[in-house]
Design a binder for this molecule. Structure first.
Ligand code: FMN
Length: 189
């Protein structure tokens, strides 16, 4: 079951935007991040939740989607995320956050997948603009935006042959293909 959850826990970028995700669901997901491993157990991560269209529309313009899909500017209206979780680092607890945010993000995305939702980690963010538009205090470093929604796209895994291209692609049916290295190519000894 865990393997299946991980297999289907892909980056989703198109959603049924009218599928609402409520505050309680977002709180449940952050609760999974709360239990994650943390360097020195300092737990410096803080979260900002967004599930209402007004606030969502303040976040969306600051995101960069799927850099390898050169002709795709990101999800169109109606296919945008219905909620977001911003992962922030509290600089009064720690100055650098290194790995905590990755573990926290994966816990959240796995939890979302279990609920039939999906999402995408976004690090290519206009952090200055996002901080300004959401009024995020300087104390909190913006680390990731997690976009969430009910996926409206099919994502499939492909075998990445040695020397092959890591770029994901979308085919003529709109299916998103993600090449992954083979097990024998990543275990070196
Ligand atoms: C640290 C990190 C930052 C990422 N930032 C972005 C981003 O800014 N925009 C985006 O569309 N996808 C982003 N992604 C998603 C990756 O493109 C995605 O994980 C990769 O293509 C593999 O697809 P998969 O998640 O389905 O395995 C990010 C992923 C990670 C782990």
């Amino acid at each position: 079951m865990l393997k299946e959850l991980i297999r289907t826990c892909r980056s989703y970028r198109r959603f049924y935007e009218d599928h609402a995700i409520g505050e309680e669901t977002l709180r449940e997901l952050v609760d999974l991040a709360r239990l994650a491993a943390s360097g020195h157990n300092l737990q410096p991560l803080k979260y900002l939740l967004s599930w209402k269209p007004d606030k969502n529309s303040l976040i969306f313009p600051h995101l960069t989607w799927a850099a390898y899909l050169k002709d795709w500017p990101g999800p169109a209206e109606g296919e945008r995320p219905s909620a977001y979780i911003l992962v922030l680092g509290d600089t009064e607890i720690r100055k650098s956050f290194t790995f905590d945010q990755g573990i926290a993000a994966q816990n959240i995305l796995l939890g979302a997948r279990e609920k039939g939702l999906g999402g995408c980690i976004l690090a290519a963010i206009d952090k200055k603009g996002l901080r300004r538009d959401l009024g995020i205090p300087e104390r909190h470093e913006i680390l990731f935006v997690l976009a969430l929604g009910k996926p409206k796209e099919k994502v499939v895994l492909e075998v990445l042959q040695p020397g092959g291209d890591v770029k994901y692609w979308r085919d003529e049916h709109g299916v998103h293909h993600v090449p992954k290295r083979r097990l024998d190519d990543i275990i070196i000894g």
